[in-house]
Design a protein around this ligand. Structure first.
Ligand code: OAD
Length: 249
């Protein structure tokens, strides 16, 4: 097998071959090679004057609904022009070749895992393409009848449509988080791909896996906050390491 793998990858391949259940936690880094800026890369253009931490909040949306809505529309438009990369595809192909053996957990809202063909993806932070009501919908609130606007709204009660993502300070979807924690507790191997490991509870899943005696391997070209939780650190990009790591396992 003449594939270029970083140091430590052959050992991780052995762990993969012996693992009946694998959990994979991904972050913005797996979409970097698709051209999607990672979460903490600087905003560009008009949006550079705003901090994502101020806009990705309910308070930020209530204070500036048009600005926040247009920021998400800007990000949705960017995503319309990108495609899953070899890292997304390698994970999806592994799931298809080994049904039920790999549980994919992502912090990303870009939908690229799903577009690559991954199934049952646990989207801890929601989906940027899903809309929902800002306030509890009343009988008059029908998302399909929302009046177009920045943001769309209910013309009966004024309820606003918001992006279906988890904002800072909001709880993660309970069932999704519970399924992710169960996968972390029961896997023999967790791959942590393309995340700084700075945001909880998502980042805590690596510790859950380790405490459940799973092997933990990180794929990242840089150091992350989870490095001391890992048994192996594979220094490289998701688009180059994952296809080589998963091929023929
Ligand atoms: P970050 O932007 O914090 O970190 C991206 C990580 O990807 C960094 O560790 C990079 O080194 C790594 N990286 C960059 N290019 C890569 C590549 N080609 N292959 C592999 N890794 C690469 O993004 P996240 O850690 O995903 O939450 O951020 C986690 C959460 O913080 C986000 O989901 C968001 C934010 O608060 C919410 O919005 C709720």
């Amino acid at each position: 097998m003449n594939i270029a793998l970083p140091a430590g990858a052959y050992e991780v391949r052995q762990w993969l071959q012996g693992a009946a259940h694998i959990a994979v936690l991904t972050g913005a880094g797996i979409s970097a090679e698709s051209g999607v800026p990672t979460f903490r890369e600087a905003q560009t253009g008009y949006w550079a004057q705003f901090r994502p931490e101020d806009m990705a909040t309910e308070a930020g949306f209530r204070a500036h609904p048009r600005r926040v809505w247009d920021w998400y529309q800007h990000r949705r438009n960017l995503l319309a022009g990108v495609h899953p990369n070899a890292g997304h595809v390698a994970l999806a192909q592994f799931q298809q070749q080994h049904p039920g053996r790999l549980t994919l957990i992502t912090q990303n809202v870009d939908g690229l895992h799903q577009r690559a063909g991954s199934i049952g993806t646990l989207c801890l932070h929601g989906d940027i393409f899903a809309d929902r009501w800002l306030d509890t919908p009343r009988n008059c609130c029908h998302i399909d009848h929302a009046v177009a606007g920045h943001p769309p709204y209910c013309d009966r009660c004024g309820n606003l449509v918001r992006p279906g993502v988890v904002w800072f300070g909001e709880p993660l979807p309970y069932a999704t988080l519970e399924a992710a924690q169960q996968a972390a507790r029961t896997c023999e191997l967790m791959l942590v791909v393309g995340t700084a490991g700075a945001v909880y509870p998502a980042a805590g899943l690596a510790q859950v896996a380790r405490q459940a005696c799973a092997r933990v391997a990180i794929i990242n070209p840089a150091a992350s906050d989870l490095d001391d939780v890992a048994h192996a650190l594979l220094s490289g990009t998701a688009g180059s390491v994952l296809p080589a790591l998963l091929a023929g396992v």
